[in-house]
Design a binder for this molecule. Structure first.
Ligand code: NAP
Length: 493
């Protein structure tokens, strides 16, 4: 053990430099706080640094999928691709001179609350640090989920996950298996289809797919946004309310989601002529129960001569092939997993220890992941979660939720600082009340009643990931920090 006095100390430690981490850093900078960001990679960007698969694009319009305080008049499309979003984040980091606050290549192994020192001890790949306050902004979609397929360990070809795309591996002329048919796969399949010799798309559940409305932003529009920034604000507001309308279908009147089913079926009928293929691509659950996808080129890619949709279960992976339950064996050179992320079972929760050494995972074991306003958890003093439990979004931009949390967190830390207090910890009463109400509201949603199983639900079938209401309601709830929701301690010495 190193001498505790040797351990570098920071007032506020922020983990991650994606939209959450950078957003918190900017908010704290503006409020006059000192902080340090810890980033496991050697650059900023979070999800938009990691996801570089071909065709990676955000399915939320860019005017809303960006910080309200840092608009970008230069978006080249209404829905941006990964390189442009990553560039945007890098520009924002430059604009606010954030890089000097970042410790790059610092992977966090464990964070533990030190009861005696009243601070967090953070074990990183470069040794321990301590912090008065710990803010976790590592995101929910950062640990790839690779299914435990029988025989996978014996596969002799190439294997990678969509979020860890191997650009060194040449797909030209290869027989490729794409496993999973979620948001990522439907974007990379049309991109790689022309290169590969054969593409087998292994589908377990067909997604609902609606037409994509992307279009280029014209130079005239860009010039107008630059000259009259309020025009872009107006455009953002318009997108916000259009997207917010979808919340009605998901959270209040699930029957409305059925209108989307007609749109989806029409889209499928327009793009897929073969009735057998169409049948296998038609979902049997309510739209919205899993994330609704948007694409104009996925279905057409499936009809290409070198593509086969495989809907039989995978029975075994062999060294050079995949065997399905119908007994068919297909020769494969490379497997690409588009199988999503560990969300409700994110390992991070096993490595954050609060009072008494209890981890977040242990705290959440019985009743699922819960936090007060998605941000604070009893038993975890001076810990703030960005995009914590039930702050995810199925219908609009996560940035709206992130910005609401930023305002809340700054108020909390101001209260701590101005009153020279040492710790804050959410009281159990508001925490329980908030979560009980949230889960009551959740019962009406399409995510519970839509007849599907999605990554939104934990192993007990509870939705611990999404916010079950309009985002403006979350903004209202987090607008005024209420110190009475917390217990506070002051320095005793
Ligand atoms: P995903 O949407 O969770 O899709 C995972 C796919 O893998 C599903 O089709 C799933 O089938 C399948 N799968 C999982 N385990 C499997 C198994 N054991 N055997 C066979 N199939 C299996 O993952 P993703 O595409 O990486 O996207 C994750 C999330 O990231 C999205 O929901 C979205 O929030 C975000 N994202 C957004 C964008 C965008 O903005 N366009 C792009 C990429 C990702 P089942 O449906 O049967 O479970």
């Amino acid at each position: 053990m190193s001498d505790p006095t040797d351990v570098p100390h920071v007032p506020i430690a922020i983990v991650g430099t994606g939209f959450s981490g950078l957003g918190v850093a900017i908010a704290l900078l503006r409020a006059g706080f000192q902080f340090t960001l810890f980033e496991r990679h050697n650059d900023i960007g979070g999800t938009w640094l990691e996801n570089t698969y071909p065709g990676c694009q955000c399915d939320v319009p860019s005017n809303l999928y960006s910080f309200s305080f840092a608009p970008n008049p230069d978006w080249s499309q209404t829905y941006s691709f990964q390189p442009e979003i990553w560039d945007y984040l890098k520009r924002v980091a430059e604009q606010f001179d954030l890089r000097r606050h970042v410790r790059f290549d610092h992977k966090i192994y464990e964070s533990a609350w030190d009861e005696v020192a009243q601070r967090w001890r953070i074990e990183t790949s470069h040794g321990p640090w301590t912090a008065d306050v710990l803010i976790l902004g590592a995101g929910a979609l950062n640990v790839p989920a690779i299914p435990n397929l029988p025989g996978l360990e014996h596969f002799a070809g190439k294997i990678f996950h969509s979020a860890r795309w191997d650009h060194q591996y040449d797909l030209v002329g290869k027989r490729v298996a794409a496993i999973g048919t979620g948001s990522s796969t439907i974007q990379f399949v049309p991109q790689i289809q022309p290169q590969v010799k054969q593409l087998f798309v292994y589908q377990r559940t067909p997604p609902w797919i609606l037409p994509h409305m992307n279009r280029p932003v014209t130079p005239r529009e860009q010039a107008r946004y630059r000259r009259f920034p309020w025009l872009q604000k107006l455009a953002r507001l318009r997108v916000y309310w259009v997207q917010e309308f979808f919340s009605l279908a998901f959270t209040k009147f699930p029957r409305m989601a059925r209108n989307a089913a007609k749109l989806g079926r029409d889209h499928l009928a327009r793009q897929i002529a073969d009735p057998n293929l169409r049948r296998r691509l038609t979902p049997d659950y309510e739209p919205g129960c899993k994330r609704i996808l948007i694409s104009n080129d996925y279905y057409p890619a499936l009809t290409a001569e070198n593509v086969e949709l495989v809907t039989d279960d995978i029975r075994e992976v062999r060294p050079n092939s995949i065997l399905t339950a119908d007994g068919q064996e297909r020769a494969i050179d490379a497997i690409i997993f588009g199988t999503g992320f560990k969300v409700t079972d994110n390992p991070m929760s096993q490595h954050v220890r609060g009072r008494g050494g209890v981890t977040l995972a242990q705290t959440w074991a019985d009743n699922g992941a819960r936090a007060y306003l998605g941000t604070t958890v009893p038993g975890f003093p001076n810990l703030l979660l960005m995009t914590g439990p039930n702050t995810g979004i199925g219908h609009t931009s996560l940035i709206v939720m992130i910005e609401a949390q930023l305002r809340y967190i700054v108020q909390c830390l101001r209260w701590l600082k101005r009153r020279r207090l040492t710790t804050f910890e959410v009281r159990s009463e508001p925490f329980v009340k908030f979560n009980d109400e949230l889960q009551t509201r959740m019962k009406r949603t399409v995510w519970i009643n839509g007849r599907c199983r999605s990554w939104y639900l934990d192993q007990h079938g509870r939705n611990t990931t999404l916010w079950p209401d309009f985002t403006w309601k979350f903004c209202l709830k987090t607008r005024r920090f209420n110190p009475r929701d917390y217990s506070w301690t002051a320095e005793t010495s």
